[in-house]
Design a binder for this molecule. Structure first.
Ligand SMILES: Cc1ncc(COP(=O)(O)O)c(C=O)c1O
Length: 389
């Protein structure tokens, strides 16, 4: 599967300072665990991206650079046109060192201490840390509960909705209707929307016809920003670099001023620009192949969980390479499960409490099939050992 690309052969990442393998003890207390954790993949990026990076490296000069140029702008416009059928206004483009740094600046621009910031739960831990770390109040609403969403948006001190589209960790892809209703609610209550679309390129083609709808398509008169990066789908987050779109010209000017002053951003990461341009111009075939390979991994997880624990009724996520698994029907306590996973099975799998959802696990299967199989086998054995129902 995946031809002409080889996703089956493992690349040894150990000793590359990577968080996934080398940093496993920081979260799990011991080294040497087989990791299924932070959201990056074990695959090398697209060959087209590698070739562009090599050519740029060969140039040898890495002086201050600019993202405000047509190669970057037109590559992004091409990507949105060809992948999302969306004509974007490149005049709305902004840049930031990472999606989370953009989020942080926007939260500082649009909220004050103690203001409410609404998110869907379970919530990506990066959002939680950014919101609470800035002294803003995190207000969670369960994914899919539109009544709760309206209730929270209606509170007078609710200032921003941070939307994760598609949603991490559940992998939910929001429909155009859901997004339009969300946009209307946010506008009615004067709440700004920050739509984080870093997982957009990984919507699975499972026959249901789901498509990612960029926020630019539903945004109304209210304040909004779309923040994203090619780094997730093409697996180059350590190059650093992200971009976004900001609807309002005044907000855009203020955002860029803050990037320059508060963040001291003098130059984008030029290798990230190179990688984005190559990915968006030439990387579509690789992305389709890696996504379908990962869908195979997720299909395997579904098959294995279905055989071992049919009562879970687990189905693969609509987007992404993270298997979000609700183990509550089996009466699984997270500390007991983690003990067996770490001490007996020697695997690192994220516990749901990281995302405010104890009783769940998040298994990253952005990896060769053989490793994914080992992960799910370890999980099945560990759950079998600690289940109480
Ligand atoms: C929803 C979401 N946003 C942002 C990030 C991080 O992006 P960056 O490294 O560009 O801050 C992640 C990484 O897992 C993510 O899942």
């Amino acid at each position: 599967m995946g031809a002409p690309y080889d996703f089956d052969t493992a690349v040894d990442r150990r000793g590359t300072w990577c968080v996934q393998w080398d940093g496993v003890a920081d979260r799990f207390g011991v080294d040497g665990l087989l990791p299924f954790t932070i959201s990056d993949m074990d695959f090398a990026t697209a060959p087209e991206v590698l070739a562009a990076l090599r050519a740029r490296l060969d140039h040898g000069v890495f002086g201050y650079s600019t993202w405000q140029q047509d190669d970057f702008r037109s590559a992004i416009a091409h990507w949105y046109a060809t992948r999302y059928g969306t004509e974007i206004d490149t005049g709305q483009l902004v840049y930031g060192p990472s999606v989370l740094s953009q989020l942080s600046q926007l939260l500082q621009m649009w909220t004050g201490e103690g203001d409410g910031v609404v998110v869907h739960t379970p919530v990506y831990d990066g959002f939680r840390k950014a919101i609470t770390g800035l002294g803003r109040e995190l207000r969670g609403v369960p994914v899919g509960d539109e009544e709760a969403l309206e209730r929270e948006l209606a509170r007078p001190d609710a200032k921003v909705l941070v939307l994760c589209s598609p949603h991490n960790p559940t992998g939910r892809v929001w429909t155009a209707d859901e997004l339009a209703r969300t946009a209307a609610l946010a506008e009615r209550y004067g709440v700004a929307v920050i739509s984080d679309e870093i997982h957009a390129d990984f919507v699975h083609d499972d026959g249901a016809g789901r498509v990612h709808v960029p926020w630019t398509r539903v945004a109304g008169e209210g304040r909004w920003a779309l923040v994203t990066s090619g780094s997730k789908a093409f697996n180059f987050p350590a190059l650093t670099g992200s971009y976004g779109f900001l609807g309002d010209p005044g907000d855009r000017a203020e955002f860029l001023r803050r990037m320059e002053t508060a963040e001291g951003l003098a130059s984008p990461a030029v290798l990230s620009l190179t990688a984005h341009i190559a990915a968006y111009r030439e990387g579509a075939a690789w992305l389709d192949a890696v996504r379908s390979y990962v869908a195979g991994n997720l299909g395997h997880v579904a098959e294995r969980l279905g055989a071992a624990f049919p009562e879970l009724g687990w189905v693969p996520p609509q987007a992404g390479y993270l298997a979000w698994i609700d183990l509550r029907p089996l009466g699984v306590e997270e500390p007991a499960l983690q003990r067996v996973l770490v001490e007996r099975e020697k695997v690192a799998i994220m516990g749901g409490s990281v995302y405010g959802a104890p009783g769940f696990v998040r298994l990253n299967v952005g990896c060769p099939r053989e490793k994914a199989v080992r992960g799910v086998e370890a999980l099945v054995r560990a759950v079998g050992a600690v289940r109480t129902v």
